[in-house]
Design a protein around this ligand. Structure first.
Ligand SMILES: *[C@@H]1O[C@H](CO)[C@@H](O)[C@H](O)[C@H]1NC(C)=O
Ligand SMILES: *[C@@H]1O[C@H](CO)[C@@H](O)[C@H](O)[C@H]1NC(C)=O
Ligand SMILES: *[C@@H]1O[C@H](CO)[C@@H](O)[C@H](O)[C@H]1NC(C)=O
Ligand SMILES: *[C@@H]1O[C@H](CO)[C@@H](O)[C@H](O)[C@H]1NC(C)=O
Ligand SMILES: *[C@@H]1O[C@H](CO)[C@@H](O)[C@H](O)[C@H]1NC(C)=O
Length: 491
C-alpha cells in the first residue's frame, strides 16, 4: 500500500497532467496575445528635424587643400540633433566597408550645371550639403579638366564647384600650390541657387592701421555627374525598390537618422547597429532618401524597420516645402530560410508535423514528436507558423532538435547574429521554470533560453564558416518552448 505522501504526489501529478491540454490537442498557449500595432514613421518629426539641421558647407577659408574625405557622420538621431560618427550611435559590432563605391559613377560624364559670372564681377561659391574636401588646381588657366580628373579619383565625388578666391593669405603665400583656383568636391549635385558663400572674410594679417582686403570669389561654376541615380547595394542587403520620389510609410518603424551624405553603406551600418525592438527584433530593412527643401538638398534620411517593406508603402512624397527624392529601400538578408515557419501550410486552421521542406524536427531516441512545426496562429509570434520543442502530445520529457533542412550559406569568417523569438509559457510559470532550449552553431552551444518566458528575443553571435549547421535543441514536456521569427543576419 503506497504511503499517503506518495498518493498525494500521484494525485497532484494526475491533476496537473489533466489540467494541461498539450499542443498536439490544440491546448491554450497561456501567452498574452500580441495586440500590438507595429509603429509607422513620425513624418512630422522628420520634417521638423530637417528644418533644424544645417548640413550645408563650403571649403573653410583657412583649411589646407587635399584633406581626406571625412567619414559619413550622423547629424540627427530620432529627432535629436547631434554630430556623431556612425559607430557613435550604433550598438553592436557593425563595421564599415569603405572600399565600396557609393555611387556607380565611373560610366558617367561630367556636365556643366551652372556657369560662373564674368571674370570682372564678384561671384559666390556653393554652400551645400555633402561637402567632401577641396584641392587647388593650376591657375594659369581656368582649369576645369584638372578639377574633374581629381574628383573622378574620389569615390564619393559627384559634383565640383570651381572658383577663384582672392585675398586668401594662405593660398597666396603659405600653401605650397601657390594657386587661388579652388576645386571643391561634393557628394551631391548643387545648383546656382546655392551660391551663398560670398567670401568677405579677413585672411590677410592686420598691419598697423591699414585696411585689410577681404576675400572674394569670382568665376564660380558647377560640374556634376549624371550618374548620381546609381547606388551600390551594401553587403548583406538586397535592393527592394528605388530610386523613387516616395519614402516608406510602413509598419515596423524603429526610428531614423540623418546623415551628412547619401551613403547607403552608412545607412546599412546604422541598421545593423540599431539594436533590437522587443516586439519586432533587429533592423530588417532601411529606407534612404534625400530631403529637398525649397528645391535645395538639405539632408539624407535613413529610416529603419524591423519589418521588410516594399514600394507599395513608399507613399510619403514629402510635406510642405520638403520633397522626398532618391528614395531606395533595402532588405537585410537572412542566411536562414523560412525562419518564421510560414512555409508550412498543410492546413488553414490547425495542424502539425515533424518536418517539411524547410525544417526538420528530430526526437530523442524513444521519444515522440519531441520537435515539431505547427500551423496555428495562437502559437506563433507572428503569422501562423512556429516550431515546438518538447513532446507535442506530452508523452515524454525528452528533448527535441529543430534544424533547417539545409545548412546555412554564409561568408566564411564573417560575423553573424542569430535572432529568434522564444516562448516558454505554455504550461505556466511553475512548470515552465524547467524549460530550456539551446541555440547550437555547428554543434556548439552559442545561446538559448531557460525558465518561464512569454515570447522574447534571444540572440547569439556566431562566425560563418561558409556552410553552417544551426539547430535548436531542448524542450522537456510539459515545459514546452515555441520558437518563431528566427533570423541569421550579418552583423
Ligand atoms: C562634428 O565633429 C567633428 C569632430 O569632433 C568636427 O570636426 C566637426 O567640425 C563637427 N561638425 C559640426 C557641423 O559641428
Ligand atoms: C562584438 O565583438 C566582440 C569582440 O570582437 C565580441 O566578443 C562580441 O561577441 C561581439 N558582439 C556582437 C553582438 O557581435
Ligand atoms: C594664382 O594664384 C596665386 C596664389 O594665390 C596668386 O598669387 C596669383 O595671382 C594667381 N594667378 C591668377 C592668374 O589668378
Ligand atoms: C595710420 O597710422 C599712421 C602712423 O602710424 C598715422 O600717421 C595715420 O594718421 C593713421 N591713419 C589713420 C587713418 O588712422
Ligand atoms: C523525465 O522523466 C523521468 C521519468 O518519467 C524522470 O525520472 C526524470 O527526472 C524526468 N526528467 C526531467 C528533466 O524532468
Amino acid at each position: 500500500m503506497p504511503s499517503p505522501t506518495r498518493l498525494l504526489a500521484l494525485a497532484a501529478l494526475l491533476v496537473s497532467a489533466t489540467a494541461i491540454v498539450p499542443p498536439s490537442q490544440k491546448g491554450a498557449p497561456n501567452q498574452t496575445p500580441d495586440d500590438f500595432t507595429p509603429p509607422t514613421p513620425d513624418n512630422d518629426l522628420i520634417a521638423q528635424t530637417a528644418n533644424q539641421v544645417d548640413q550645408k558647407s563650403a571649403p573653410p577659408v583657412d583649411a589646407p587643400p587635399n584633406a581626406d574625405v571625412p567619414p559619413t557622420s550622423v547629424t540627427a538621431i530620432d529627432g535629436t540633433v547631434t554630430n556623431s560618427t556612425i559607430g557613435g550611435v550604433s550598438a553592436g559590432n557593425s563595421t564599415r566597408r569603405r572600399d565600396v563605391g557609393r555611387l556607380g559613377k565611373r560610366q558617367s560624364k561630367f556636365e556643366k550645371i551652372f556657369d560662373g559670372l564674368p571674370a570682372d564681377q564678384h561671384d559666390a561659391s556653393i554652400q551645400g550639403t555633402a561637402y567632401l574636401t577641396y584641392t587647388v588646381v593650376n591657375n594659369a588657366t581656368y582649369n576645369i579638366q584638372a578639377c574633374l580628373d581629381w574628383c573622378a579619383g574620389i569615390n564619393e565625388c559627384v559634383f565640383v564647384n570651381v572658383y577663384y578666391e582672392f585675398n586668401n593669405y594662405l593660398l597666396d603665400f603659405v600653401f605650397g600650390e601657390k594657386s587661388n583656383l579652388k576645386c571643391a568636391a561634393y557628394g551631391d549635385i548643387h545648383t546656382a541657387a546655392e551660391k551663398l558663400n560670398f567670401g568677405g572674410q579677413q585672411s590677410y594679417p592686420q598691419l598697423g592701421n591699414e585696411t585689410v582686403p577681404l576675400t572674394y570669389i569670382t568665376q564660380s561654376s558647377g560640374w556634376g555627374l549624371s550618374g548620381i541615380k546609381e547606388a551600390v547595394t551594401p553587403d548583406g542587403y538586397d535592393l527592394v525598390f528605388g530610386p523613387t520620389g516616395g519614402a516608406n510609410n510602413a509598419p515596423g518603424y524603429m526610428g531614423f537618422a540623418f546623415i551628412d551624405k547619401y551613403d547607403v553603406d552608412a545607412c546599412a551600418a546604422l541598421c545593423n547597429g540599431r539594436g533590437v525592438d522587443p516586439n519586432g527584433g533587429g533592423c530588417a530593412y532601411f529606407n534612404i532618401w534625400r530631403a529637398v527643401v525649397d528645391g535645395i538638398p538639405t539632408t539624407y534620411t535613413c529610416s529603419m524597420y524591423y519589418l521588410v517593406a516594399d514600394e507599395s508603402t513608399a507613399v510619403n512624397f514629402g510635406q510642405g516645402s520638403l520633397v522626398v527624392t532618391l528614395s531606395r529601400g533595402y532588405a537585410r538578408k537572412s542566411a536562414l530560410i523560412d525562419g518564421g515557419f510560414e512555409g508550412y501550410t498543410d492546413c488553414d486552421d490547425f495542424c502539425f508535423t515533424t518536418s517539411y521542406a524547410n525544417w526538420i524536427g528530430t526526437s530523442s531516441s524513444g521519444g515522440s514528436l519531441d520537435a515539431s512545426i505547427f500551423f496555428y496562429p495562437p502559437y506563433a509570434h507572428t503569422g501562423h507558423g512556429s516550431g515546438l520543442l518538447g513532446s507535442a502530445p506530452g508523452l515524454n520529457n525528452q528533448t527535441g532538435t529543430l534544424k533547417p533542412a539545409q545548412p546555412l550559406t554564409t561568408d566564411a569568417g564573417a560575423n553573424y547574429v542569430v535572432q529568434c523569438f522564444m516562448s516558454s509559457a505554455f504550461s505556466g510559470p511553475k512548470i515552465e521554470a524547467a524549460a530550456k532550449v539551446d541555440i547550437m552553431w555547428n554543434g556548439v552551444r552559442v545561446g538559448g533560453t531557460s525558465g518561464f518566458t512569454e515570447y522574447a528575443l534571444m540572440e547569439a553571435s556566431v562566425v560563418g564558416t561558409g556552410s553552417d549547421e544551426l539547430a535548436f535543441v531542448g524542450g522537456a514536456s510539459p515545459a514546452w518552448t515555441f520558437i518563431d521569427d528566427c533570423k541569421v543576419y550579418k552583423a
